[in-house]
Each structure stands twice: as structure tokens, then as C-alpha cells.
Design a binder for this molecule. Structure first.
Ligand SMILES: [Zn+2]
Length: 218
């Protein structure tokens, strides 16, 4: 039996805490649904295809003890152990992730301070604005968000000026970025501009998007 379901209306978030603990093999299996937004399960009796459109969110420590790179507490892991731990996440898997963010420890002073961070309501307003830009942009197409753009659509919807182009070219060379990373940077820069209520992508948006590529830790 072969079920062809390409239902794109159901979407979800898949959050994997302690990402490396899921093991190299399982994480590699996630690459297919991440790309195709469908998952195919094959058994002796046949294969079934299910919709699997999801946003993957993963969290991990920099090393098994959790303190590698911490300015206050020393990491007790051997370098070989840290490298083995990080290698559980393969290069091709990393290539499929849009945003990498370091989350350093929060100082006591900040925790105890009376100053509040940005209100959730103002973040919500920004996200709604960004979504509205995307809705208008993709009206009449099968797309709903910047993340879904193919390379051809990126060419159409993410034009950049000469300054941004030189910046991106230099980053590609220096950071040895793949074609996949190149497209991710453009899509991300598109979203950064949308969140800032701008139709044109600035060089600063490209620079910010480059910041979200991973830096090798060890
Ligand atoms: Zn450690």
C-alpha cells in the first residue's frame, strides 16, 4: 500500500532536548523529513508516507559536563571526549539548521535586577508583522513562510545589493560555507528584514544572518 498524503496544513514543532543523546543514526534519519516534510515508513507489506512538516528545535550542551567555554567554571572533559560528543551531530545535519544560538549562563546581577526584558507582547507584535510580510509576499503561491523557499524562489524574493553581495561572498570563502548555508543565510536575512518591517534586505541583515551559522567549538 502506498499512501500519498501531501497534506501541508498540519505543522508542528519537534523539540529535542540533549540533541546528541538521540544518537548519530536517529539524527541522520531526521534529514529526510526535514527536507521533504514527509516521512516514509517501509515494512515488508509495503510503505506508508505521512506528512511531517515540522520546525526542529534542538538544545545541547557544548560538552558532556556542560561547562566547555564557560568563563567561570572549568570544563572537566578530555578534548577527545568533547570532540566525540559534538561529532554525534554530523556536518550535513548542521547544514540543515537555520539558526544556531549560544546561550551563556545568566549572571546573578541580571537575575536579581529589577529591569525587565522585552515584553512578550512586543515580540508577538514583531512576529505578526513579519508573518504579514510573508503572507503578502507569497499570496497566490504554495508558500507560507520564508523558510520554505527553494533556491529559485530565493533568487526572486531575496535580492541583495552590491555591498551585501560582497559581504556574503567573503563569508562564504572565509567560513567555507556550503550552497545550502548560502541559501539559509539569504532566507534568514529576508526574515530579519521582515521583522524590522523592511522590504529590502540590507547588508546588516546579511551580517546578522551569518552570525547564526555555527562556529566549531573544539
Ligand atoms: Zn566539559
Amino acid at each position: 500500500m502506498d499512501t500519498d498524503c501531501v497534506c501541508q496544513t498540519h505543522r508542528g514543532v519537534l523539540f529535542l532536548d540533549e540533541l546528541p543523546e538521540f544518537g548519530h543514526q536517529l539524527l541522520e534519519l531526521l534529514r529526510q523529513p526535514l527536507e521533504d516534510k514527509m516521512v516514509t515508513i517501509s515494512r515488508a507489506m509495503g510503505s506508508l508516507t505521512f506528512p511531517a512538516s515540522f520546525m526542529l528545535v534542538g538544545a545541547m550542551n557544548p560538552c558532556p559536563c556542560g561547562y566547555y567555554g564557560d568563563p567561570e567554571k572549568e570544563c572537566t572533559c578530555a578534548l577527545s571526549l568533547i570532540s566525540r560528543y559534538q561529532r554525534r551531530i554530523s556536518g550535513p545535519f548542521i547544514d540543515r539548521v537555520d539558526i544556531f544560538v549560544d546561550v551563556p549562563r545568566v549572571d546573578y546581577e541580571k537575575l536579581a535586577s529589577d529591569a525587565l526584558g522585552e515584553m512578550s507582547s512586543s515580540v508577538q507584535a514583531r512576529v505578526e508583522l513579519g508573518r504579514a510580510h510573508q503572507q503578502r509576499r507569497f499570496d497566490g503561491t504554495h508558500l507560507t513562510s520564508n523558510a520554505e523557499m527553494t533556491p529559485g524562489e530565493i533568487r526572486d524574493f531575496c535580492p541583495i545589493d552590491g555591498t551585501a553581495q560582497s559581504l556574503l561572498q567573503a563569508a562564504m570563502k572565509q567560513l567555507n560555507l556550503s550552497a545550502r548555508a548560502f541559501h539559509r543565510i539569504l532566507k534568514l536575512a529576508r526574515t530579519i528584514a521582515d521583522l524590522d518591517d523592511r522590504e529590502s534586505i540590507a547588508a546588516a541583515d546579511i551580517a546578522e544572518a551569518i552570525q547564526y551559522r555555527p562556529r566549531s567549538l573544539v
